[in-house]
Design a protein around this ligand. Structure first.
Ligand code: UDP
Length: 254
């Protein structure tokens, strides 16, 4: 990796200053964490796969007019993104009960919800990313009512699009987490999708077998973690049809 200024290092990615003003380079690591850093590990090749999967999905979103921070992929582990001001609120979009929704509300996992819903989490590792209401968000100034309207409308469009896209490749999109950023240009500001969209922050179940193909394999020690990510990439058409055997290490991904 060439020497350059690190702007931020998170659990799964590193951000570097980009080649031109207003850009950043997003580097994808193989590190995996769960339960707010209490569980840590390495998923070999994950960074390479998530870079490709997120590129694929963000590109499609850009193409249908849903704005994202994604500009272009640079190499196996890096992509160029627009620098945005990250809103400290994450949106969790859910169509099927799973994870904390199932436990918090006592709905059995796998139940299709009456409609897709969004829940908001305040981004704070110290507080374990607590769920917050719109009242909290506007009262504490984390986002305005207008921001929330824009975030909800973006999230529902992303949800509809991704639901259809994954349905087409035999995958049930159970839920996913989105990050939002404010993109400033001259005297204008608009909210765009930021971060990444990958099996790290989506729940993806095989439609026929119900098998999990996402980070839950790591969270709950289900085994064959790498294979889950590889299979998602393969079905998206990002990897050669011959499948996992061909893509043992990052090398063969180029
Ligand atoms: N999620 C995420 N990062 C986290 C926790 C969850 O991206 O730190 C995603 C997860 O992959 C799932 C969705 O958010 O798609 C909701 O997960 P869960 O119900 O387990 O979230 P929790 O309420 O436990 O944070």
């Amino acid at each position: 990796m060439a020497r350059r200024n690190k702007v931020y290092e998170g659990k799964a990615k590193v951000l570097f200053e980009g080649p031109e003003p207003g850009t950043l380079v997003q580097y994808f690591k193989d590190d995996a964490t769960a339960f707010n850093n209490k569980k840590r590990g390495i998923i070999t090749g994950k960074g390479v796969l998530n870079n490709r999967i997120s590129e694929h999905l963000m590109k499609r979103l850009n193409e249908i007019g849903i704005p994202t921070h994604f500009v272009r992929r640079l190499n196996m582990r890096e992509q160029l993104v627009k620098a945005v001001e990250i809103i400290p609120i994450e949106g969790v979009v859910r169509s099927v009960a799973a994870g904390s929704l199932a436990t918090r509300l006592g709905i059995s996992e796998g139940t299709t919800l009456p409609r897709s819903i969004i829940e908001y989490q305040y981004k704070s590792d110290d507080l374990d990313n607590p769920y917050v209401s719109e009242e909290h968000i506007t009262a504490f100034g984390w986002a305005s009512t207008q921001d929330l309207d824009d975030m909800l409308s973006l999230a529902l469009r992303v949800n509809d699009f991704l639901n259809g896209l994954f349905f087409g490749i035999g995958i049930r999109l159970v839920d996913f987490r989105l990050e939002f950023g404010r993109l400033y240009s001259d005297d204008d500001m608009r909210i765009v999708i930021a971060d990444e969209i990958s099996p790290d922050n989506c729940r993806l179940w095989d439609m026929e077998t119900g098998e999990k193909m996402d980070k839950d394999r790591f969270r709950h020690d289900l085994g064959r973690v790498e294979e889950g990510y590889q299979e998602v990439a393969r079905r998206l058409g990002i990897l050669p049809e011959s499948g996992p055997r061909d893509i043992k290490g990052p090398k063969v991904m180029q």
